[in-house]
Design a protein around this ligand. Structure first.
Ligand code: ADP
Ligand code: MG
Length: 819
């Protein structure tokens, strides 16, 4: 045990100890609460609300409120919160992360802090990893809240629902299968705004995030969806705040004019000569334009000064076109196939269809190769999940696997993680890894062992890293004649129902790591009879097999955790081979030599603790690296976030602003300009006060949006160019901040100037806004890409100690990632 984990360990147990008295107080309420009639129990909600308005705090009412929720769950669901579940509830009420293992009943735990924090009627948002789980949880837990007089809603993609308590006839069925099956009768379609007005709203991070962005693109205040960001409980918080942290939410629309720009700069770049017009840095795949090169480009473009006349966008295009020419070679870095530029993975040589280089580089290469240039899109709004969730007054989280990311949760979000003990002791057996030489050997051996286990009747869940691997294994099993289910995270609802039965005798289920998430696997199936449960228990419980170690230990633990719930028996084992990406990068030679010397055949494993440990060491290192890179993303987004907050606040003010408010802001803009004042007075007379103000409001909003969108674009360019500048020893983040602030001020000035310019045409030629065709992009966390970090690790292999670190920090490698 390291010093650090010892420290956390003791701190953890101290906090848990301090929760024991709270649990005692909650339990103390049980005798009096449990004798109340249903109607009186419901009245407690009104009573708590009243106490809060009279000066009591949420902490004051917590013990009794928790006791009330527990009683309501007993009467509706037939489940009584365990004491450890109460502890989890207190931790989340206090804004912490409760680490509670899979199967500990986190869905039920969340009802405690959700109810309590919904009492002030500002809304509570419960975040789930997919739409299906938000429906499931709302229907399943809705009965508890509804019983106590609170309203519940669900946000799904393009539809929303309110929990509808009628349908008592379906109640029994719901309680029996509610953990995996959504009884849709309990959901009634509703508008987005109605959904947000509910006391408790279930939805995915994507839906909450996009609604926030959409709200800030509205032109009428009645269309705004969200109320305040009061309190959020994030289920599977590691998956949302860590795994998805590098993919921001973006609302964009395609642009039309960029293709020409790429062609123009491609033809300019063709005339550029190396050493004369630009120099090349092979190692970092960058170029620098010389003065001669810039003059040449200016001449070709017919401008005197590209910087002042055309601005940063043109300079960026120019640099990118030259980079495409100088640093990217056809058939080495990419291939051209079916009129498309496809990236080649530098380490494996595999084609990477669908992946694109960013910041216009891909388009520049498409233009260079004469294939059609994919449309660029304009960003209208964007935010990272980190910054979305920071809008809340309080965040809480729960997950089975937080401890290995404790530091990140604390440093990035200020969230503390507490490990809540399991309700019953864990009896699961985690076996040592089996190590094979080749992937084929591994899969052969896997199929054989699965066949044996299945004959015996022990249910098996096999986790893979991708759909491709799922299919591969499925082929091997078919050859062995083993019946099985394959889950690819394509239809969560159906797969949820399948995975719920993965604990049946003889069941074999292959799943990617997102498939069947959040659904409990009960031994003997669900609903199960006692005999079936006992039989599977005797067979050893669920056997979980991992087909590869993931780059983060957390993901491996998630898979393991699916076995051995609530004290059940279970086994887990990972099958790894020297061809796995993680192995390829780390420790391969040593093991290969060893296995070769021993003359082991390809499907014969070795089991070796030292190798397993060194794999874990490799995982830790990659985790550290990924943490750094997410932190970096966030540091950059923080700069933009600062701008976004100011602009959105101003925009919201105007959007919701009344007549006086708008007049005030008008006066601020025109301050002291008598001529303009005169024009405005005239306009007011001819158009009428109200109509003038309304039009002015629209004008203001449109202007803000137009310049904000340009600002987003400019910031993106700066982001790209400061990274190039890093090689000049400057810290790109500092440069980005400096330039960002400058651009921001510029934008503010431009907005005012534009408004002043447009005022005289109000009522005349000011045109109405054209609705752009907006699209929403977020790479849904389908699979966690393993490529990223492995590739980056490769990048570090070739860096000299005194070189600038490729991570973009601007520091020397030996002082940064080479430490
Ligand atoms: P987690 O999200 O922690 O993995 P779930 O919320 O899916 O766990 O719950 C797992 C199972 O445990 C569910 O079938 C649920 O009904 C059951 N469960 C949870 N809490 C209790 C309880 N207090 N009493 C009885 N069953 C419970
Ligand atoms: Mg869960």
């Amino acid at each position: 045990m390291s010093i650090l984990s010892k420290f956390f360990g003791s701190q953890n147990s101290r906090i848990l100890k301090s929760l024991e008295p709270v649990v005692l107080v909650i339990n103390g309420f049980e005798p009096t609460i449990s004798v109340l009639s249903d109607a009186d129990l419901k009245l407690k909600t009104t009573e708590f609300k009243k106490r809060l308005t009279e000066g009591s705090t949420l902490d004051d009412v917590l013990p009794e409120a928790f006791a009330v929720v527990r009683e309501a769950a007993k009467r509706t669901l037939g489940q009584r919160h365990f004491d450890v579940q109460l502890m989890g509830g207190v931790i989340m009420h206090r804004g912490g992360i409760a680490e509670m293992k899979t199967g500990e009943g986190k869905t039920l735990v969340a009802t405690l802090p959700a109810y309590l924090n919904a009492l002030p009627a500002q809304g509570v948002h419960v975040v789930t990893v997919n739409d299906y789980l938000s429906r499931r949880d709302a229907v399943w837990m809705g009965q508890v809240f509804s019983f106590l007089g609170l309203s519940v809603s669900v946000l799904n993609h393009a539809e929303s629902f309110l929990y509808d308590p009628e349908h008592t006839d379906l109640d029994r069925e719901r309680d029996e299968v509610g953990s995996f099956k959504v009884i849709h009768e309990f959901l009634r379609p509703a508008t987005r705004r109605e959904a947000y007005e509910a006391d408790i709203t279930y939805g995915t991070n994507t839906e909450f995030g996009f609604d926030y962005l959409r709200d800030n693109l509205e032109y009428e205040s009645v269309k705004v969806r969200q109320r305040v960001h009061n309190y959020t409980i994030v289920d599977e918080i590691d998956s949302i705040l860590i795994d998805e942290a590098r993919t921001p939410l973006i609302i964009s629309a395609p642009t039309t004019d960029s293709e020409n720009l790429y062609r123009t700069f491609t033809s300019i770049s063709e005339k550029m000569k190396v050493e004369e017009d630009y120099t090349v840095d092979e190692k970092y795949k960058t170029i620098s334009l010389t003065d001669a090169g810039i003059s040449k480009a200016e001449k070709l473009l017919g401008v005197d000064n590209i910087y002042t006349e055309k601005g940063i966008k043109y300079v960026h295009h120019l640099e990118t076109a030259v980079r495409a020419k100088a640093n990217y070679k056809k058939d080495t870095d990419y291939v051209v196939r079916d009129n498309e530029v496809v990236i080649v993975d530098p380490f494996t040589g595999r084609l990477q269809p669908g992946r694109r280089w960013s910041e216009g580089l891909h388009q520049a290469i498409e233009s260079k190769e004469g294939v059609s240039v994919q449309k660029e899109s304009r960003t209208f709004a964007s935010i990272t999940y980190q910054n979305y969730f920071r809008l809340y007054k309080k965040i809480a989280g729960m997950t089975g696997t937080a401890a290995t990311s404790r530091e990140e949760f604390y440093k990035v979000y200020g969230l503390e993680t507490f490990e809540v003990p399991t309700n019953k002791p864990i009896t699961r057996l985690d076996k040592n890894d089996l190590i094979f030489q080749t992937e084929t050997g591994k899969f052969k051996a896997l199929a054989r062992s699965i066949k044996v286990l299945q004959k015996k009747g022990q249910p098996i869940l096999i986790g893979t890293v991708s759909i491709e691997k799922n299919e591969m294994l499925s082929e091997f099993l078919k050859r062995e004649g083993v019946p099985h289910e394959v889950l690819n995270a394509k239809n969560h609802e159906r797969e949820g129902e399948i995975v719920a039965q993965a604990g049946r005798k003889g069941a074999v289920t292959i799943a990617t790591n997102m498939a069947g998430r959040g659904v409990d696997i009960k031994l003997g199936g669900n609903p199960s009879v006692v005999e079936e449960y006992e039989e599977v228990k005797k067979l050893g419980g669920l056997f979980v097999i991992g087909t590869e170690r993931h780059e983060a230990r957390r993901i491996d633990n998630q898979l393991r955790g699916r076995s051995g719930r609530q004290g059940d028996p279970g086994e887990t084992q990972f099958y790894v081979c020297l061809e796995d990406p993680l192995m390829r990068v780390f420790a391969k030679d040593m093991i290969k030599n060893m296995m070769g010397r021993l003359g082991i055949s390809e499907d014969q494993p070795i089991e070796n603790r030292i190798i397993s440990r060194s794999l874990e060491g490799a995982q830790k290192r990659i985790e550290g690296f990924n943490f750094d890179s997410r932190k970096r993303v966030l540091e950059f987004d923080d700069v933009l976030n600062f701008h976004r907050k100011i602009m959105y606040e101003r925009r919201r003010h105007i959007l919701e602003g009344n007549f006086e408010m708008i007049s005030t802001s008008l006066n601020e803009v025109i301050e002291g300009d008598d001529k303009l004042m005169g024009i405005i007075e005239d306009k007011k007379k001819t158009l009428g006060q109200e109509s003038f103000t309304l039009t002015f409001k629209q004008l203001l909003l449109q202007t803000i949006d137009m310049f904000w969108i340009e600002h987003l674009e400019a910031m993106e360019y700066v982001r790209g160019s400061v990274n190039l500048r890093a090689y000049g020893q400057r810290d790109p983040l500092v440069e980005y901040k400096k330039e960002g602030l400058h651009l921001f001020k510029e934008m503010e000035r431009a907005i005012d100037a534009e408004v002043v310019k447009l005022i005289p045409s109000i009522g005349g030629t000011v045109s109405l806004r054209q609705e752009p065709h907006l699209q929403e992009i977020s790479a849904k966390a389908g699979e966690i890409t393993k490529e990223n970090s492995v590739i980056k690790k490769g990048v570090y292999d070739t860096v000299g100690r005194n070189d600038i670190c490729p991570c973009g920090s601007g520091k020397k490698f030996k002082k940064c990632h080479g430490k």
